[in-house]
Design a protein. Structure first.
Ligand SMILES: Cc1ncc(COP(=O)(O)O)c(C=O)c1O
Ligand code: FES
Lengths: 393, 123
């Protein structure tokens, strides 16, 4: 058996060994509490400040604007609930999109039970939100727009600058969830007029359970956690120093060269997989697609079973099919870009990282076609079998 | 998430395929929900002599289809219909609760096939 081909990097990534190395001293040597006024506390505080600076610089922000959290989910909750509750006097309307991560979607749903109203903007067939649609949806009650930057399922990268201009014009706070795009697609909080940005560490080869929220100076926001005076009084709790150090190290290690290499692997994978008859690519192509994302639909086969056979070949993948979801509903993102239930149920997501090798991509291109063929032979859906499979195949 | 037994039936289904001149064919499900099952039976003297399935669905659905075939092959029609989705699930080992409906679907497809056979043989 070959070693595992890990193509589920949108779910989580391997922690870079250099990140682990950078973290280690902060467990059993420099273990102080960053709030303590002795030498051990100072060591921790210095590390915290350095990490904050690194992350601030990476998105053109100031150090004081970076609030460390326990990850993407917390940052999303903090951004949405924090803005909603702090700005009630201004209005109760929040705009988001139909292709958000559950951390946004379910936070908005909960806010609806608390007297807030939400509008979910539609997207086009490649997953793009239109600034015109946004402008139409804004009312005098609108306080916040939240849009995912790089889509976790189909890789669509939104034009933040264009959306940011609309927000600026109408004085609406602008949040983006950039967990998938951070270090992969440009984030410049000034140029893109961003007020809040969610980022996390485990998607970029850092440890799990660490993230941050950028909060622009002057933005009115209520903390989620009350307690000590940590994180500029916006997030109480002793800072996770090893995690934060690892997060910053991962940011430092991200490089343009890796992005170029990953993009090449992505395009090789897309080209190869599309050779399978009856296959479509979900999401855009080229520069407006996350460099590490691919997502396909195979007519007449169900995604969970594709993943099941791939797993037997030591290939890790993911699907948006109904069968794979607790609610037995296909992916909302795939439905939002106009896929039929059948297409969404036949979806397969393969996501790459800097640790992905040519061999892993080749393993997929070798193993996937016979799996699709086998599953189609098992399939009772006549039209698929007739249209897609050549005779005597 | 899945038992070894489910994985075995998923990877090496014994009864998958189409059947020419089937005596009864049953199809249930809907590709919208992500699962369609079709069962073909050959009947001789009231006994299921041969059986085949085609399934569009998840790992559990494919395994359950194969298990339904295994459990009812060689049985009299009435006895075959007495097999319950619970029997199918327990033969497969631990069936995750949200996947139980895949066993139900398998037995519904069989019932449809038997009904189809009975309708045809009345003529
Ligand atoms: C776009 C997006 N937002 C939020 C999250 C949640 O982040 P975390 O797992 O750090 O809570 C993820 C990852 O699962 C994500 O991809
Ligand atoms: S076929 Fe959809 S859950 Fe089994």
């Amino acid at each position: 058996m070959p070693k595992v081909a890990y193509l589920d990097n949108a779910a989580s990534t391997k922690t870079d060994p250099k990140v682990v190395e950078a973290m280690l001293p902060y467990f059993n040597e420099k273990y102080g509490n960053a709030s303590s006024l002795h030498s051990k506390g100072l060591e921790a505080k210095e590390a915290l400040d350095r990490a904050r600076k690194t992350i601030a610089k990476s998105i053109n922000a100031k150090s004081e604007e970076i609030i460390f959290t326990s990850g993407g989910t917390e940052s999303d909750n903090f951004a949405i609930k924090g803005i909603a509750f702090a700005n009630k006097q201004m209005g109760n309307h929040i705009i988001t999109t139909s292709i958000e991560h559950k951390a946004i979607l379910n936070t908005c749903k909960w806010l609806e039970t608390q007297g807030f109203e939400t509008t979910m903007l539609p997207v086009d067939n490649e997953g793009f939100v239109s600034p015109e649609e946004l402008e139409k949806a804004i009312t005098d009650k609108t306080i916040l727009l939240s849009v995912i930057h790089g889509n976790s399922e189909i890789g669509t990268i939104q034009d933040l600058q264009a959306l940011g201009e609309v927000c600026k014009k109408h004085k609406v706070y602008f949040h983006t969830d950039a967990c998938q795009s951070y270090t992969k697609a440009g984030i410049d909080v000034k140029k893109q007029n961003l007020d809040l940005v969610t980022i996390n560490s485990h998607k970029i080869h850092g440890p799990k359970g660490v993230g941050a929220l950028y909060v622009k100076q002057g933005v009115k926001i209520t903390p989620l956690f009350h307690g000590g005076d940590h994180e500029f009084k916006l997030r109480a709790g002793t800072e996770n120093i090893p995690g934060i150090v690892g997060f910053a190290e991962a940011v430092k290690l991200a490089s343009k060269k890796d992005i170029e290499r990953i993009t090449k692997l992505r395009d090789k994978l897309i080209e190869g997989v599309l050779k399978i008859p009856g296959t479509r690519l979900n999401g855009p192509r080229g520069e407006k697609r996350l460099c590490n994302n691919t997502n396909f639909s195979f007519m007449g086969v169900e995604g969970e079973s594709i993943g099941g056979y791939l797993n037997l070949k030591s290939i890790c993948s993911s699907t948006g099919s109904a069968c794979s979801e607790a609610l037995l509903e296909p992916s909302k993102v795939l439905m939002a870009i106009g896929l039929t239930h059948e297409e969404a149920n036949g979806s397969l997501r393969l996501t790459i990282s800097k640790f992905t090798t040519e061999e892993e991509i080749e393993a997929v291109l070798k193993e996937l076609p016979p799996i699709i063929k086998k599953l189609r032979r098992m399939s009772p859906i006549d039209k698929v079998v007739k249209h897609v499979l050549p005779k005597n195949n | 998430m899945y038992s070894q037994k489910i994985i075995e039936h998923f990877t090496k289904p014994k009864y998958v395929g189409e059947m020419d001149n089937a005596d009864g064919v049953g199809q249930v499900g809907n590709p919208r929900c992500g699962d369609v099952m079709k069962i073909f039976i050959k009947v001789n003297n009231g006994v299921i002599k041969d059986i085949r399935f085609q399934t569009y669905g998840c790992i559990a659905a494919i395994a359950a289809s194969d298990m339904v075939c295994e459990l009812v092959k060689g049985k009299k029609l009435d006895d075959a219909l007495k097999v319950t989705p619970q029997d199918v699930a327990s033969q497969l080992g631990d069936m995750p609760p949200i996947k139980f409906h895949c066993s139900i679907l398998g037995m519904s497809a069989l019932k449809e096939a038997v009904d189809d056979y009975r309708k045809k043989s009345e003529k």
